[in-house]
Design a protein around this ligand. Structure first.
Ligand code: BES
Ligand code: MN
Ligand code: ZN
Length: 451
């Protein structure tokens, strides 16, 4: 059942800015004013207004800024089942409908809540279509992350990618297992080879071949045990989410395709399980990467940058105008910015500024971090061109980004997002569990840049 439609009927749902409440109240019939006063409603939050027969006559929801993306994020949880017809300022309707939809999200693959949800009617096809596209992409990201690793291995990311490409008439190809060696993707193979589920490089292409080239790269580590430098239990518990970067770029790609952006899109996902077995790669091993640089493995738990460096290298083949990667790359970024603010690195100030502003305008904040070149020396290896991680605990998100940058020419327009991909506490419109961070910001920026 659809949670939103463009019908012009339903219980009136008035969503208003708090400061406009007195004006709104004056225009209401006596019984409504009476109810609100009798229930000590103060022009803040939700009130269900009864009719004389006991049914709901109307609903009012007042909030500080209802044009913000999550201001109405709890509505779907708070309203009883039924159809509600939205009355709000036209400018706010997309944000309200989006918040309603993402707030109604539940991950019900393994158990159903059994609760029936309210339905939002918005008598405007465009609002319904826009909010639905944005929310569907968000739900895709969440579903992929929430699905346990046992049901979300590289082959499952492959199936999802193939379906997404097919839905929008794009092309999907992949390189699987030992073919990764034959085609020269040594790091993707090395990280993924100990798993029962063969490593893959997933590759989606979509759009006008003559349009500006945009390439998205997503870390698809379906489970990160840490490899032989195994993670402690607490650190491993959430590592089904380590394909969060892949989920983010699939969600962002869905937005780009659904809104038909004028780009020649490529999506690259190295999909692996960082598992432990006799054939696992080891601390101290040296791998010759796709571009020829040799990397000494200091810690097998710094696997994300390894799979990404080969994927970034093949991304360069097309000479894209912009490369953006998303990855659950470091715990250090979470120490720096917490779980709810994604950090990103950018080679171009204008791109960084555009994305930062788009984040603020869309309540999808992102924070730029520095590609501080002097820290590059922390990735020194005695026997290889580079080490896969720094020896010390400091600046871990930066050294991870610098490792990636080592594989890119200086003039490439590149952004790297280091995301949590998970809500560890619920917020309005954002239930606990898998979450998309920064993709609406990036999408809004891309829409302005490539329309
Ligand atoms: N997937 C993790 C990073 C991570 C951990 C992201 C927790 C979000 C929450 C990554 O593969 C990893 O293990 N990174 C190590 C790097 C270290 C070995 C240099 C880390 O952050 O501890
Ligand atoms: Mn790891
Ligand atoms: Zn990882």
């Amino acid at each position: 059942m659809s949670l939103i439609n463009a019908e012009n009927q339903g219980i009136p749902l008035h969503i208003i800015n708090q400061k406009n409440y007195p004006t709104w109240l004056q225009a209401q019939p006596e019984n409504v004013a009476q109810w609100l006063s009798a229930t000590a409603y103060e022009g803040k939050g939700l009130s269900l207004i009864p009719a004389t027969d006991g049914s709901i006559q109307g609903v009012v929801f007042a909030t500080e800024n209802c044009g913000e993306f999550f201001a109405c994020g709890d509505l779907a949880k708070q309203l009883p089942a039924g159809q509600y017809l939205l009355h709000a300022e036209p400018d706010n309707k997309v944000a309200i409908a989006f918040a309603f939809l993402v707030g109604a999200y539940r991950f019900e693959r393994y158990k159903s809540s059994g609760k029936s949800l309210p339905v939002l009617a918005v008598a405007d096809e465009n609002v319904v279509a826009t909010a639905t596209k944005l929310a569907t992409a968000t739900a895709l990201v969440r579903d992929l992350i929430n699905t346990p690793a046992g049901d979300m291995m590289p082959q499952h990311l492959s199936e999802t990618s193939a379906q997404l490409a097919a839905e929008f008439a794009g092309e999907f190809t992949e390189i699987v297992g030992d073919d990764l060696l034959a085609e020269n993707y040594p790091t993707i193979h090395a990280v993924g080879r100990a798993s029962q589920h063969a490593p893959r490089l997933l590759d989606i292409r979509w759009g006008d071949k003559n349009a500006p080239k945009l390439t998205l790269v997503g870390k698809g580590v379906c489970f990160d045990s840490g490899g032989l430098d195994v993670k402690p239990a607490a650190g491993m518990r959430l590592m089904k989410k380590d394909m969060g970067g892949a989920a983010h770029v699939l969600g962002l790609a869905r937005m780009i395709m659904a809104f038909n952006l004028n780009v020649n899109l490529r999506v690259l996902i190295p999909a692996v399980e960082n598992a432990i077995a006799g054939n696992a790669f080891r601390p101290g091993d040296v791998i010759t990467t796709r571009n020829g640089l040799t990397v000494e493995i200091d810690n097998t738990d710094a696997e994300g940058r390894l799979v990404l460096c080969d994927a970034l290298d093949v991304a360069l083949d097309d000479e894209p105008e912009l490369i953006i990667d998303f990855a659950t790359l470091t715990g250090a970024m979470r120490v720096a910015l917490g779980t709810e603010l994604p950090g990103f690195f950018a080679t171009k100030d204008a791109t960084a500024q555009g994305i930062t502003e788009a984040g603020l305008n869309n309540q999808d904040p992102v924070w730029r971090m520095p590609l501080h070149q002097p820290y590059m020396s922390m990735l020194h290896s005695d026997i290889a061109d580079i080490s896969n991680c720094a020896a010390g605990p400091f600046g871990g998100a930066i050294t991870a980004a610098l490792y990636l940058q080592k594989f890119l020419p200086a003039d490439v327009d590149w952004c790297h997002f280091d995301v949590m991909a998970y809500n560890i506490r619920p917020l309005p419109g954002r239930p606990k569990g898998g979450e998309a961070f920064g993709i609406r910001a990036v999408f809004d920026y891309l829409q302005a840049r490539f329309s």
